[in-house]
Design a protein around this ligand. Structure first.
Ligand SMILES: *[C@@H]1O[C@H](CO)[C@@H](O)[C@H](O)[C@H]1NC(C)=O
Ligand SMILES: *[C@@H]1O[C@H](CO)[C@@H](O)[C@H](O)[C@H]1NC(C)=O
Ligand SMILES: *[C@@H]1O[C@H](CO)[C@@H](O)[C@H](O)[C@H]1NC(C)=O
Ligand SMILES: *[C@@H]1O[C@H](CO)[C@@H](O)[C@H](O)[C@H]1NC(C)=O
Ligand SMILES: *[C@@H]1O[C@H](CO)[C@@H](O)[C@H](O)[C@H]1NC(C)=O
Length: 361
């Protein structure tokens, strides 16, 4: 028997379906109970605002497309982490407060420890001033765990919560652009070849991830490095010698990523009750094709030269640009990167799983 519906019934059904999907969205339970964010300026949401450093952006035109205005995010609007937080079903980007402003109960969904100019190595970024290196971010996380234990008054419940969170780690760019490739401020390029340096960074990152594991982390989303040699600032600072980008910087990123992928595999094999995944922070070539890639949307010159000038007038259509300032990306591009990390099926983008799958494991 064929089911025949009159047009009006069809309209009623589609209205009901739309309503129920709206309602289920409003009541959505996040796919994981908590999300902790570690990293650098790509993820920072305000931790550097009160630090004595050039690497902070709590001024316009940063945040012109963000509901709360300038918050310390290194973008015109949301960061990639903001989009992932939304995709995971959290109510809004404010769900994970910056560690620097986390108080009371608002740490139970997670905390953002990321700090502009920070690196895997402790000294990284000191040319710009104060910052919270990854080692210190991990230490701050231990403080948050103590506070969670006090709030929850049940250690086994706290342990179980910590096991079910996702831990996002995107760090390493500054170990190159604010360390190895600044020989006037750092000696690493005289002590290590590029290949030795990548090996040393990955060894240190491995120890750091294991420390998070020892603090109860079991679901890790770890990002590789993007094409750090293709940003407008690095191109103007180093020159390309006829190439499209600064080849040596991209070579550095490739060496790092080529060691990070096998590290993720080893960690999955060795720590069998944990899940690690590798994510590519670069959108695909196809995505790039529709964007302006060869210039920044804002007028740069702030910070160490790579940030927008305070109160300068940005370009009229930031949605068309990849780069917001000399090195950081626009909200429009961040959304593409986040969606890919969240649900791409391509092993080039997410391997062995995307974040959506990581949440279910
Ligand atoms: C965290 O909660 C406190 C009050 O308990 C509030 O003052 C603060 O703004 C909140 N922080 C964020 C980032 O929501
Ligand atoms: C503590 O949490 C566990 C779940 O992890 C629960 O089974 C137990 O009943 C809780 N204990 C108390 C005293 O609430
Ligand atoms: C620039 O490119 C030329 C030709 O490819 C090469 O011989 C030269 O070594 C390059 N210079 C630098 C500084 O990379
Ligand atoms: C994993 O275990 C193997 C064998 O014990 C060891 O050689 C390797 O260093 C370990 N890798 C990591 C990242 O812990
Ligand atoms: C960027 O590329 C476009 C098109 O390829 C070109 O018209 C424009 O002059 C370039 N801008 C800069 C700053 O190089």
């Amino acid at each position: 028997m064929e089911l025949k519906l009159k047009p009006l019934e069809l309209v009623a059904i589609s209205v009901l379906l739309a309503l129920s999907s709206l309602l289920s969205k409003a009541n959505a339970v996040p796919q994981v109970p908590c999300y902790f964010i570690f990293g650098d300026s790509l993820s920072d949401n305000g931790n550097n605002n009160n630090l004595p450093t050039l690497a902070k952006v709590n001024y316009l035109p940063y945040g012109i497309d963000f509901p709360q205005g300038p918050t310390g995010r290194f973008s015109n609007g949301r960061t990639a982490q903001d989009f992932i937080v939304e995709l995971l079903g959290f109510q809004d980007q404010q769900s994970m407060p910056p560690f620097a402003r986390s108080t009371g109960r608002n740490i139970t969904n997670g905390v953002n420890y990321a700090s502009g100019s920070a690196g895997i190595r402790f000294e990284t970024g000191r040319n710009l001033g104060a910052r919270i290196p990854f080692d210190l971010q991990i230490f701050y996380h231990k403080i948050i765990i103590l506070r969670l234990r006090l709030l929850m008054q049940n250690n086994s419940a706290t342990n179980s919560l910590l096991n079910r969170c996702i831990y996002s780690v995107q760090i390493g760019s500054n170990d190159y652009i604010n360390n190895y490739f600044k020989p006037e401020s750092y000696d690493t390029s005289r002590r290590f070849t590029l290949s030795e340096y990548a090996t040393a960074l990955i060894q240190q990152l491995s120890d750091q991830l294991k420390r998070l594991y020892n603090s109860g982390a079991r679901k890790f989303a770890v990002y590789g490095l993007g094409l750090i040699g293709c940003t407008p600032f690095t191109i103007s600072e180093y020159g390309t010698n006829g190439s499209l980008c600064v080849d040596r910087l991209n070579e550095a990123a490739t060496l790092f990523n080529d060691r990070l992928r096998p590290l993720i595999d080893q960690l999955n094999n060795n720590l069998t009750d944990a899940k690690f995944t590798y994510l590519n922070p670069t959108g695909s070539e196809a995505d790039l094709a529709t964007f302006v890639t060869n210039s920044s949307c804002c007028t740069i010159g702030g910070g160490g030269g790579e940030l927008c000038l305070r109160n300068s007038q940005p370009c009229g259509r930031p949605r068309r640009y990849v780069f917001w300032d000399g090195v950081h990306t626009t909200e429009a591009w961040n959304e593409i990167v986040a969606r890919s990390a969240y649900d791409s099926d391509s092993p080039l983008q997410a391997s062995p799983f995307n974040i959506q799958r990581l949440a279910t494991l």
